[in-house]
Design a binder for this molecule. Structure first.
Ligand SMILES: NC(=O)c1ccc[n+]([C@@H]2O[C@H](COP(=O)([O-])OP(=O)(O)OC[C@H]3O[C@@H](n4cnc5c(N)ncnc54)[C@H](OP(=O)(O)O)[C@@H]3O)[C@@H](O)[C@H]2O)c1
Length: 430
């Protein structure tokens, strides 16, 4: 007997799910052990042109009724956003139906509610497509590495910002010119806020940290900085030193292992680092685990077909579980580690200062760093006279100490401007 799939949403991702289900029907049936059949497709505007052929008889604007149908076995949510996606998923689970979703926003904001509903109703919740599109990352973390201890997950999880930073690096373009190009090519939305301000990457970081460290994390726990302040001069300065600027999502255990930090911000990484070679809109994630060592996952982080590939993989897994009368992995938060504040994060910093070209300036600047116990690894002066800039790179220091140093520098009469402050990451790997 066929397993019936209710599809909620038929946009960029949903239309490709329908196409793949149709084109690969025989293979999918063989892999699952039963045919998969579309029970219905919920949309908002049924008359809209779709990217694939959809039987008009399957379309409905009543998603609630579709989810509640007795003959539906699996619900696939690719609407996005918090509501009505959350209510629909909860209704599906109440009816004992397993759910596949690509919804990072919902999982990062209120994953606990949907996971609890899955547990209470004996339903599966699979969400491979919610982080880094086609790249298998959730399953490796949830299943393949279930016997290991993950120390750090660090990656490029937003294609739009990677495209923009890559253009800035390779052509010398400004942020706004690179953004305009990304928009013209369809890599960035008309309203790019979610991407360029780091919200999208922060949602993914929350999901990754939760799985990696078996602890509760929401988007609100993630320290977030976007790329709108990154200038062409920052990119050129990094290039001159053999670094490249990337927007990184970093989830890292503290040295004592009792807490972890989750952050999204632009950072300089050495050009020899594997993540430095991730160009255009590609994504890549580096995972460091105690026994497995260093693993890297690379591929298309978005797009209709790549994301639908991840959704289909989940549909097959859920369908197999359904037939076997079993369930996939449940939410795992047993470790209950705390998320430490950003101020406790320890890393290195690259600081550019516009300073007066006078004797004694360097000593006074160095003293300001020393007062906060931030030690300087290198310092060099660029230009002279009115154009003089001091460029300092620190040893590892706490974020709170660095912030206090910057505050102190801003108040010094000899410092005309703090031109840029950028974290330096990944030197242990390069
Ligand atoms: N696009 C990607 O590359 C990508 C990558 C990874 C993850 N995702 C995730 O996948 C999900 C879907 O993204 P998408 O890009 O496919 O979005 P999309 O193109 O905007 O499609 C959304 C679909 O949901 C339908 N919809 C909206 N409100 C609805 C409602 N109240 N009831 C029923 N249907 C409703 C829309 O109907 P109409 O078509 O009639 O307007 C549309 O078909 C999101 O969670 C997103 O974060 C997307």
């Amino acid at each position: 007997m066929a397993l019936k799939v209710a599809l909620l949403g038929c946009g960029v991702v949903g239309s490709q799910v329908i196409r793949l289900m149709r084109e690969q029907a025989d293979d999918l049936a063989a892999r699952v052990g039963a045919p998969l059949e579309l029970a219905g497709v919920a949309v908002r505007r049924p008359g809209r042109r779709r990217d694939t052929d959809v039987d008009p008889a399957l379309l409905t604007t009543d998603a609630e009724a579709l989810v509640a149908r007795d003959d539906v076995d699996i619900v696939v949510e690719v609407i996005g956003g918090i509501e009505p996606a959350r209510s629909l998923i909860l209704s599906a689970m109440k009816g004992g139906k397993s759910v596949v979703t690509a919804n990072k926003a919902l999982l990062a904001e209120d994953g606990a509610t949907v996971h609890a509903a899955a547990r209470a109703n004996g339903a599966d919740l699979y969400f491979e497509a919610a982080v880094a599109g086609a790249i298998p990352l959730i399953r490796p973390l949830r299943e393949s590495l279930a016997g290991d201890r993950v120390h750090r997950v660090m990656g490029i999880v937003n294609g739009t910002t990677n495209y923009i930073l890559d253009k800035m690096d390779s052509t010398g373009a400004s942020f706004s010119d690179a953004l305009e190009e990304a928009q013209a090519l369809g890599y960035a939305e008309a309203d790019p806020t979610a991407d360029v301000e780091g919200f999208d990457a922060a949602a993914k970081a929350a999901i990754l940290a939760k799985i990696a460290f078996h602890s509760r994390v929401t988007a609100a726990d993630v320290h977030r900085e976007g790329i709108t302040e990154v200038t062409a001069a920052d990119v050129a300065g990094a290039r001159a030193m053999g670094y490249v600027i990337k927007l990184l999502a970093i989830c890292a255990r503290s040295d004592d292992g009792r807490s972890f930090g989750v952050r999204v911000h632009p950072a300089m990484i050495p050009r020899s680092h594997p993540l430095a070679g991730v160009r255009e809109a590609y994504n890549a994630v580096f995972v460091e685990a105690e026994s497995a060592g260093r693993l890297m996952f690379y591929g298309a982080g978005a797009g209709g077909a790549p994301t639908a590939s991840a959704v289909l993989g989940d549909i097959v897994a859920v369908a197999r579980n359904h037939l076997a009368g079993t369930r996939g992995p449940a939410e795992s938060t047993y470790a209950d580690l705390a998320v430490h504040p950003m101020g406790e994060t320890v890393t290195r910093y690259h600081v550019s200062l516009d300073v007066a070209d006078k004797p004694g300036v360097l000593a006074r600047v160095a003293d300001m760093f020393a007062r906060q116990d931030v030690s300087i690894q290198t310092v060099r002066q660029e230009g002279h006279g009115d154009d003089a800039q001091l460029v300092l790179v620190t040893h590892r220091a706490g974020d709170a100490a660095l912030s206090a140093t910057i505050q102190g520098l801003r108040e010094m009469d000899i410092v005309r401007d703090v031109v840029s402050v950028m974290r330096v990451e990944g030197e242990d790997i390069a």
